[in-house]
Unconditional design. Sequence first.
Length: 113
Amino acid sequence: MSPWIRMPRIGIFRNPLATRPWRCLDSPTLLPGVLYTMPTRRDRDLERTYSRAQFVAKLRRLADALEEGAPFSIQVANERLRIPADAEFNIEHERSGGVQELEFQLRWAVPGA
């Protein structure tokens, strides 16, 4: 059984083995003095295929955010990502076995990680 216990209605998890806990001191839903943590996100590397229209719409939203110097939000495989305005950008080209690949990449640090 997992040490994570989901608290109803608030999406907070309790882990008795937590390494970075915080205490809830004043809440009608959580127990005072009990250690709670948010679950750490697992590493992942996934690829999602979109239709041309979906891809164009996402690129257009990204380009608009970049021009405005604003952060960009996108949901990928049920996870909402917020890319800060100061993210690093690069373009990667790969060629191997008669196949070529072009990747537009955004990289940013996750606070507190």
